[in-house]
Design a protein around this ligand. Structure first.
Ligand SMILES: CSC[C@H]1O[C@@H](n2cnc3c(O)ncnc32)[C@H](O)[C@@H]1O
Ligand SMILES: [Zn+2]
Length: 416
């Protein structure tokens, strides 16, 4: 065996876990020879978490452009700064994002940002899994190549990356992409079996503008373009009526819930959870970028989601801890087609060792309750992704350099 974690709490029992290659080969009472063995005493092994929607390199914008409405925030603050970003800055911003996500128990994330070659390099080096988008945005000056050239170039590039890196197509939103772009992306995605990563129904303005321009709400508009399909990952989805929920369910669109960013940008609506649950629509959680969150601690997102739906529906039994934990881990990995999300034999060895002696984890009447309601990213001690240890005892190789380079490039960016 390549790696052993001995005497650890796993699925409610004390046991040993052995990893061979990138998979969990054995969980049980037997003790086996392994090249490397970790003592799992006072630790629990739990599935790693997915960040289903983020803009990783926006870590460099943490605390910049706070307390604004979405459209003004994008147009007055974010897009002018993004226009100045260099590939090197994206690289260090993405490394910083990976560092933060690993520290908070994420091994797989779904990213949409500029200069994806640098993002890929950062993710490869950090040992994580990611879906990395080729972005499409029809704003003059923001996109040089044609859609066809961009999509084909991305397809070629991604042949050269490891199996941890997946290509997605990332049209930004209905208000920044022309109908022909959306049609092209849908057909290219279907032809090449690629996921599409999209912002959908985030603000009332988006709905009102769509009705004014196209005579229909966003989801029927997208349906008429042939854009809805089961490999569409739609972030936000807060302003949806019942007809739209029916259409999303008909096409099995996957939904990413980003409640903290929604609250910070005051989009004034919440994911329609009862309608989503009734229709068995699949959803997981995302942090969105660091300029609208302002961190990538997915534990905060999990707790916030569990609380806010209880408040909205006025029912504390809604979104119980097992349910939200499962959305963030098992369902999330299933949605992305990655064979992880549970600590069991045959799954990828993507899991966490959480510290059962962390003050926020003591006492432990119910592990999942502590994970959801008591803990945060700081309870994560060790992270394993694709069979490799990417963090041990909360230390990640190279972290000091990432922090110092992220500070340095941010200073340069904001002084230009
Ligand atoms: C084309 S790269 C991604 C693009 O999206 C911007 N962005 C970040 N957060 C949001 C949000 O909540 N809604 C819409 N767009 C967002 C980001 O700054 C990049 O420009
Ligand atoms: Zn976003």
């Amino acid at each position: 065996m390549d790696l052993g974690i001995e005497n650890v709490v796993v699925n409610g029992q004390q046991a040993n876990i052995y990893v061979e290659g990138n998979k969990i080969a054995y969980i049980g009472q037997e003790q086996k020879q392994a090249q490397r063995t970790i003592n799992g005493k006072d630790k629990a092994a739990v599935a790693s978490i997915v960040n289903g929607h983020t803009h990783a390199a926006m870590t460099l914008f943490r605390g910049y452009g706070d307390d604004m409405k979405l459209q003004e925030w994008l147009e007055q603050k974010i897009w002018p700064m993004e226009a100045k970003l260099t590939p090197e800055e994206i690289y260090w911003g993405t490394k910083l994002a990976c560092l933060e996500m690993i520290k908070c128990g994420v091994t797989l994330f779904n990213d949409m940002y500029w200069h994806n070659r640098e993002a890929v390099k950062a993710v490869e080096e950090m040992g994580m899994r990611a879906f990395i988008s080729e972005v499409f945005i029809d704003i003059p000056g923001m996109q040089q190549e044609s859609c066809e050239e961009k999509a084909q170039r991305a397809l070629d590039d991604f042949q050269n990356y490891s199996s941890r890196i997946h290509l997605a197509l990332g049209p930004h939103a209905i208000y920044t992409c022309e109908p022909d772009t959306l049609k092209f992306i849908a057909s290219f995605a279907k032809k090449h079996n690629l996921p599409v990563h999209f912002h959908l129904s985030e603000t009332q303005k988006e709905i009102d503008d769509c009705v004014a321009k196209h005579g229909k709400r966003p989801v029927p508009y997208l349906d008429d373009l042939g854009f809805l399909h089961s490999n569409l990952f739609a972030a936000h989805c807060v302003w949806l009526d019942n007809e739209e929920l029916d259409l999303l369910a008909k096409h099995q669109v996957k939904i990413i819930h980003n409640p903290i960013a929604n609250f910070k940008l005051a989009v004034n609506e919440l994911l329609p959870y009862p309608g989503i649950k009734d229709r068995d629509l699949k959803f997981c959680l995302g942090t969105d970028g660091c300029a609208s969150n302002n961190n990538l601690d997915i534990f905060e997102e999990i707790k916030f989601a569990a609380l806010v739906h209880k408040w909205k529906i006025n029912d504390p039994t809604i979104m119980n801890c097992n349910e939200i934990w499962s959305h963030a881990t098992k369902t999330a990995h299933e949605m992305f087609g990655v064979n992880a999300g549970e600590v069991s034999e045959g799954k990828y060895a993507d899991f966490l060792l959480v510290d059962l002696n962390h003050p926020q984890m003591v006492p432990c009447h119910n592990l999942v309750s502590n994970l959801v309601y008591a803990g945060n990213g700081s309870i994560v001690d060790t992270v394993i992704c694709d069979g490799k240890i990417v963090m041990e005892n909360r230390h990640i190789p190279g972290e000091e350099e990432i922090i110092s380079q992220a500070k340095k490039v941010t200073e340069k960016l904001f002084s230009r």
